[in-house]
Design a protein around this ligand. Structure first.
Ligand code: BV8
Length: 222
C-alpha cells in the first residue's frame, strides 16, 4: 500500500507551535509581506532573522506529539511518503526517518550568494559568513512566498503513485501544496482529510476525519 501524507501547522498545534491563520496565528501579528518574502529579506534582513530566530526558539522548546509518532509508526507498515509544509523538526524528532520539507527548515541556513546550505540550529544573523564562499549573505533555508517549493518533482510523483493521499492539519490556502489533493484524486487515490475543521479544499476529499490530530491520526493509523 502506497500512502502519501501532507501535513500542515495543525499537526504541531498541540505541541504548542502557533498555526498561521488561527485567531492567535502567526499572520495575526506579522505581515507575510514583512517577514516571509525575498523582498522583505532585501528590505530588512534583521527583522526577518528576528522572526525566524523566534520561530526556531519556539520549535526547540516543543515536543513531538502522538500524531507525529503515529506517522512514524505508519512508515513501518506501508510505503509512506511524508511531505510537510512545516519548517519545524517535530516529524524527525517523532521518529519519522524521511520527511520532505517542501517549504524548508528552521534549522537550515542558505547562502543567498553561492546557494551553499548548512545546518544552523542556533540564532542566525544575515551577517554570518558563509562556510563555502565566506560572504555575509546568510538567510534561513525557508521557501518564501513567490519562491518555488523544494522537491516538487518528487512530490508530484509520490502524489500520482499514491493508493491513499491524506492531508493532516492544513487549511488548503497555500499553493501548490493545496493542489496536491485534487491531483491525487485525479490519479485514482483514495483521499482523506484529517482536521479539526473544514479546509478551503475539503471538496477534494472523499473521507473526512474531524478532531484534534493527537486523537484522529493515531485512530486513522491503527
Ligand atoms: C496565500 C496564498 C494565496 N499564496 C500562495 O499560495 C502563493 C502564491 C500562489 C502560487 N500559486 C497560486 C495559485 C492560486 C493562488 C495563489 C498562488 N504561493 C507561493 O508563493 C508559493 C510558495 C508558498 C510557500 C510559502 N512559505 C510557507 N512557509 C514557509 C515560511 C514560514 O513558514 O514562515 S507557506 C506557510 O503557510 C502555510 C500555512 O498553512 P497551514 O500549514 O495549513 O496552516 P494554517 O494556520 O493556515 O491552518 C492550520 C490548519 O490546521 C487545522 N488545525 C489547527 N489545530 C489543529 C489540531 N489540533 N488538529 C488538527 N488540525 C488542526 C486548522 O483547522 C487549519 O485547517 C503553510 O504552507 C506554511 O508552510 N510559491 C510559488 O507559487 O512560487 C511560484 C514560482 C513558480 C515558478 C518559479 C518560482 C516561483
Amino acid at each position: 500500500m502506497r500512502v502519501t501524507v501532507l501535513t500542515g501547522a495543525g499537526i504541531s498545534a498541540e505541541s504548542g507551535i502557533r498555526t498561521f491563520r488561527a485567531s492567535d496565528g502567526l499572520w495575526e501579528d506579522h505581515r507575510i509581506e514583512d517577514v516571509a518574502t525575498p523582498e522583505a529579506f532585501q528590505r530588512d534582513p534583521a527583522l526577518v532573522q528576528r522572526f525566524y530566530n523566534m520561530r526556531r526558539a519556539d520549535a526547540a522548546q516543543a515536543q513531538p506529539n502522538a500524531a507525529h509518532r503515529a506517522l512514524a509508526d505508519l512508515a513501518l507498515r506501508c510505503e509512506l511518503t511524508l511531505i510537510t509544509q512545516n519548517v519545524d523538526d517535530l516529524h524527525e524528532r517523532g521518529g519519522s526517518p524521511a520527511v520532505i520539507h517542501m517549504h524548508g527548515r528552521l534549522n537550515g541556513a542558505l547562502c543567498a550568494a553561492c546557494e551553499a546550505r548548512w545546518t544552523a540550529p542556533g540564532v542566525m544573523s544575515h551577517q554570518d559568513a558563509c562556510p563555502n564562499c565566506g560572504r555575509a549573505a546568510t538567510r534561513p533555508d525557508i521557501v518564501w512566498f513567490g519562491e518555488m517549493p523544494y522537491q516538487m518533482e518528487e512530490i508530484w510523483a509520490a502524489v500520482e503513485a499514491a493508493d491513499v493521499f491524506a492531508a493532516i492539519g492544513t487549511s488548503g490556502q497555500v499553493y501548490p501544496a493545496a493542489a496536491l489533493a485534487q491531483h491525487a484524486r485525479r490519479h485514482g487515490a483514495e483521499t482523506v482529510e484529517l482536521n479539526i475543521a473544514a479546509s478551503a479544499v475539503s471538496r477534494d476529499f472523499v473521507r473526512h476525519l474531524t478532531g484534534p490530530a493527537t486523537r484522529i491520526v493515531p485512530e486513522w493509523v491503527a
